[in-house]
Ligand binder design. Structure first.
Ligand SMILES: [Zn+2]
Ligand SMILES: [Zn+2]
Length: 626
């Protein structure tokens, strides 16, 4: 019908006239299509960084080119004055659209994904987990997490891990143990007057080979005082509220044998020794209580900012575990988390060796080359690591060489280095700083079964206990400890930027690899800068109302959603932030410039702030002349 009328109309009018009529009737459709295109183009333009995103320069040309094409087409094809009206509408819509999208994109940041401590309704990974573990009792599990949390606070305060040793991994044991050594050097004491758990919930459940890992969030507040007799300027304290993530690991589908409320061996029932030290082992049957065979084992504690900022692609997963297991010809029991635990353990003992100036602490598990190149403080001097903790530990590379396998594990650690010279403390860092190092662990390709763990002081060849010593041969079986025949030995330690060289140089043998830039991927330049500015303004030990107002103003200026940043401000106020920098030197310079600007805007630069900025410049090798 419509076709017939059109055909008739054509008969009565001159052709151009008809075309104009036709186009006029199509204007609403053209407008609608153009509007949709403009919205898309505006979004592309804003996201690509054209509208002032901090991280990437340029890239918005696609959106603009597209719009110019549309406008040209409209000006040529539509009759006057419609062409100008429609073009005008499109330009206005484009400007408004890109501004709005840019604002939204800017407000979206890793810093406002910090948790509020409210229960997650449906934890990712939960359904698959329940299918594999139908007997799982969440109430009992969360009860044990609460119990573990309280017991660990007590163990921390009294510097006595005997009551919690049975349910923590060797790596977690070493995290505490190393801190006790550092606190001893700095003559520090941490007393707690009030520990209050507000909420405990399951945030996510991962799968890692034959193991499951439950990420339990603990929302708590603690009133404490952390004091140093050696240097009172290190003292901190007060009440802080926080969310931490506690990772618990257990073998999938195994019935649970309680190690939380029981003090007996989960395998044979013999009472466990009161003080097990480095190895959580039954004296009667030799079972390791913290292997994950029996009950949930605490294998990592992660702060909220590290947890939300972690690149999900780098986490332990069933796929990664299976891939690595095949590559290195490992047995079924292999899990990425277990390798990372071993790496953390070794890394922390190396720091202890350096702090104490005692190379015997690490001799047994490092290659001769690493041992000989490890810097030690000059005689009499000590360098302690104040507030030492591991932010994140990731497997970043797997190399398969002719006769050896090499695992590369990135360890991001935070601490403030303090030199102790003749009973006096000299701060080498003005604040707690995060640094990433990569450690290489090597083992023979056709490795024999290990009878013990060198990192937990037992001989891999015969299982006999191993003391800290400069001698590298076992007193029982005579085998060299640091042989790659049956244990992963540390054969390299390097900063992240040097690992990039290693990675490029070993491209042929690396069967699995992660680029350095991926490790910090979820933080952009602005996030690093904002985090560091917050740390700078809290550097004088105060984060009061005036500081908070400055922080909120800066947040607004930098396009953040202030409301959503409240948990982040809470972390700043609690002194929980550490100085962070990516590995890219260009980004470092950008971040440093933003920090300087912000520090200047904040009234006059205080001496602490000036000192800290100077410290950051030299520590992260920022070339301000560039
Ligand atoms: Zn036993
Ligand atoms: Zn031996």
């Amino acid at each position: 019908m419509a076709h017939h009328i059109d055909a008739g109309a054509e008969f009565h009018h001159p052709p151009e006239e008809t075309m104009k009529q036709l186009r006029k009737s199509h204007i609403p459709i053209i407008l609608a299509v153009a509007a949709a295109m403009v919205i898309t183009a505006a979004a592309v333009y804003a996201r690509a960084g054209g509208a002032g995103d901090f991280d990437s320069g340029g890239g918005g040309d696609d959106g603009i080119g597209f719009i110019i094409q549309i406008i040209l087409w409209i000006v040529m094809e539509l009759p006057f004055p419609w062409n100008l009206i429609v073009s005008g509408i499109i330009i206005v819509a484009f400007v408004i659209g890109s501004k709005m999208t840019a604002k939204k994109a800017k407000a979206r940041t890793i810093l406002n994904r910090l948790p509020t401590g409210d229960t997650v309704k449906k934890a990712p990974g939960r359904d698959a987990f329940m299918k594999n573990n139908p007997d799982f009792n969440e109430e009992v599990f969360l009860g044990n997490v609460r119990d573990a949390f309280m017991k660990i606070q007590k163990a921390w305060e009294t510097q006595n891990l005997s009551g919690v040793r049975k349910f923590i991994s060797d790596g977690v044991y070493q995290r505490f143990n190393t801190q006790f050594v550092m606190m001893g050097l700095l003559r520090q004491k941490n007393t707690m007057s009030r520990v209050d758990i507000k909420n405990v919930y399951i945030d996510r459940i991962d799968s890692d080979g034959l193991y499951d890992i439950i990420q339990a969030a603990v929302h708590a507040s603690i009133t404490e005082s952390f004091t140093s007799e050696l240097d009172p300027s290190l003292n901190t304290g007060g009440t802080e509220e926080f969310v931490e993530y506690w990772s618990f690991l257990k073998k999938r589908g195994r019935p649970r044998t309680d190690i939380y409320q029981s003090d007996s061996c989960p395998n044979c029932g013999t009472p466990l020794p009161k003080d097990m030290g480095e190895v959580s082992k039954c004296v009667s049957c030799g079972t390791l209580t913290n292997s994950g065979e029996y009950d949930w084992v605490l294998s990592e504690i992660t702060q909220a900012d590290d947890y939300v900022g972690a690149n999900p692609k780098l986490g332990a997963s069933a796929g990664l575990t299976e891939k690595v297991r095949r590559l290195i010809d490992e047995n079924e029991d292999f899990a990425v988390q277990l390798v990372e635990d071993k790496a953390s353990n070794g890394y922390l003992q190396m720091l202890t060796a350096q702090a104490l100036g005692d190379p015997a602490v690490m001799r047994r598990f490092v290659s001769d080359e690493v041992f000989n190149s490890m810097p030690m403080p000059e005689p009499g001097a000590r360098v302690a690591y104040n507030r030492l903790y591991l932010n994140d530990v990731y497997l970043v590379g797997v190399a398969v060489e002719e006769d050896k396998n090499v695992l590369a594990v990135a360890v991001k650690a935070s601490c403030q280095r303090v030199k102790i010279d003749g009973g006096k403390a000299v701060k080498l860092d003005q604040a707690v700083m995060s640094r990433t190092e990569v450690i290489l662990m090597s083992r023979d390709r056709k490795a024999g079964a290990s009878k013990g763990s060198l990192y937990a002081h037992s001989c891999p060849s015969c299982g006999a206990p191993v003391e800290n010593s400069l001698s590298i041969n076992c007193a029982y079986c005579g085998n060299p400890f640091n042989s790659t025949a049956s244990e992963w030995i540390i054969t390299g330690v390097m900063p992240m930027e040097r690992y990039e060289e290693y990675r490029r140089g070993n491209a042929d043998s690396l069967a699995y690899q992660v680029k350095a830039s991926q490790v910090d991927r979820l933080y952009d330049v602005r996030d690093f800068a904002f985090n560091n500015v917050m740390l700078v303004i809290a550097a004088d030990g105060v984060f009061g109302d005036e500081e908070l107002r400055f922080a909120e103003d800066l947040a607004k200026k930098w396009g953040y959603d202030r409301e959503k940043l409240q948990p982040f401000f809470q972390m700043a106020r609690n002194g929980r932030l550490s100085l962070r920098m990516p590995d890219d030197p260009k980004k470092r310079l950008k971040i440093f410039r933003m920090m300087e600007k912000a520090a200047e805007a904040d009234r006059a630069l205080s001496p602490e702030e000036r000192l800290l900025l100077e410290n950051v410049r030299t520590e992260f090798k920022i070339d301000t002349a560039a």
